[in-house]
Design a binder for this molecule. Structure first.
Ligand code: GDP
Ligand code: MG
Length: 397
């Protein structure tokens, strides 16, 4: 019987198609926690390479002007009484969330510091560059049951760049955000205003506006397994009284959460919220998260400090808790998956990694708009081989 479709040379023995000619299933990465238990992977102690600030107009400055100073209320036996709804909405300037900044501010920092990076020649070419918030989402993926994500990846001069893409569902959620959720977002920023001062040693001034364009970002170096990392994260404040004044160990992350009354409420807090808090602060090496617990009227009446390195203890003996090893092993597996997928060095080529709860991470390939995210000002500065020299001027980002 003749094989289907093609005529074969007489006498030639028919063999199975070689493996590399078989249609291969599209590669994907599973996210089940059970697959990632195992020893905690190597994670280099994060060190700060530099910082930058974004001002009230969201303009970039290559300095620490937006850094604030931790200034908790005096511990004289009185409990705090912070009205988190004060100033809403009249003293609120929210950032325009329609503006997709992607990696732009971080790329500007990188362009201006490319020549002075530690790690030796070629360190950057082997690194992964992204925002801390994107890595946080990777860390929590094995336990996430609500929100999916999309990460765009491109390789340029060796370096792998990862930039989040808002999912259609997240966009719908953002555009239909209920008024109560909007107010809750404000309240988180208002808490920062009650706890931080513009200068060390002075008291906070909560009378001004809350402007969420303003940000202080730390740029950090670390390594997960064999993946060198350069990432940036927004830092709420520095503690002038911290045992070490060396960043990132002097940094403090501020959070608000609902006041809890029953053991069941605490258990749920440890399982869900503390996982997100841990992932966000562990990555940059921020040692403490200070929580303000708000009552139903929107007042913070109690504060509690959660040392990042002690958060896992709250779920260590909980069968339905989270495990830092799973988070970090999954993140390392994703970074390997991305490194092996994005082979071509081409800033116009984008691999879009997509994940929805319950499924694996899948990949699709794209070229140019709308997904290409390495801006022309980076590429044009680098096209002649004299790459990455600081540009004379920047277009407004
Ligand atoms: P986080 O850990 O999620 O807070 O994010 P990062 O610390 O990695 O923030 C990186 C940059 O993204 C900073 O300039 C932030 O101001 C900005 N950023 C953080 N969250 C959001 C957001 O929800 N939307 C937009 N457009 N930018 C954000
Ligand atoms: Mg915060």
């Amino acid at each position: 019987m003749e094989s289907r479709g093609t005529k074969r040379e007489a006498g030639k023995i028919e063999v199975a198609e070689p493996w590399n000619k078989l249609p291969r299933p599209a590669p994907s990465l599973p996210t089940d926690p059970a697959l990632y238990s195992g020893p905690f992977p190597f994670y280099r102690r994060p060190s700060e390479l530099g910082c930058f600030s974004l001002d009230a107009q969201r303009q970039y400055h290559g300095d620490a002007r937006a850094l604030r100073y931790y200034s908790p209320p005096p511990t004289n036996g009185q409990s705090p009484n912070f009205d988190l709804r004060d100033g809403y909405p009249d003293r609120y300037q929210p950032r325009d969330e329609e503006v997709q900044e992607r990696l732009d501010h971080l790329l500007r920092w990188l362009l201006e510091h490319r020549g002075q990076l530690e790690g030796g020649p070629g360190w950057l070419a082997g690194a992964i560059v992204t925002w801390r918030g994107h890595l946080t989402k990777l860390l929590t993926t094995p336990y996430e049951r609500q929100e999916g994500w999309q990460l765009a990846a491109s390789r340029f001069q060796g370096t792998l760049y990862l930039s989040e893409v808002e999912t259609p569902a997240a966009r719908v959620q953002r555009l239909t955000r209920p008024p109560l959720i909007r107010e809750l977002m404000y309240m988180g920023y208002k808490f920062e205003q009650y706890m931080c001062a513009d200068k060390p040693g002075v008291s906070p001034d909560p009378s001004g506006e809350v402007n969420t364009n303003v940000a202080f970002c730390s740029v950090l170096r670390s390594r997960l397994g064999n993946h060198p990392l350069l990432f940036s994260g927004e830092v709420d404040c520095t503690d002038p009284q911290a045992p070490s004044t060396q960043p990132p160990t002097c940094y403090v992350e501020l959070k608000t959460s609902k006041e809890m009354h029953s053991p069941g409420q605490w258990k749920s807090f440890y399982r869900h919220k503390l996982l997100k808090w841990w992932a966000q602060s562990f990555l940059p090496g921020v040692p403490n998260v200070v929580a303000g617990f708000r009552n139903p009227e929107g007042f913070v009446c109690s504060l509690k400090t959660f040392p990042t390195m002690e958060m896992f203890e709250y779920v260590r003996n909980d069968r339905d808790g989270w495990n830092p090893s799973v988070c970090m092993n999954f993140c390392a597996a994703f970074l390997s998956f991305a490194q092996n997928t994005v082979v071509q060095d081409d800033p116009r080529l984008v691999y879009l990694f997509s994940w929805e709860p319950g499924g694996p991470v899948t990949v699709s390939e794209h070229r140019d708009a709308p997904h290409a995210f390495l801006p022309p000002w980076v590429r044009s500065t680098c096209k002649d081989g004299g790459c990455w020299e600081p540009a004379d001027s920047f277009p407004a980002s």
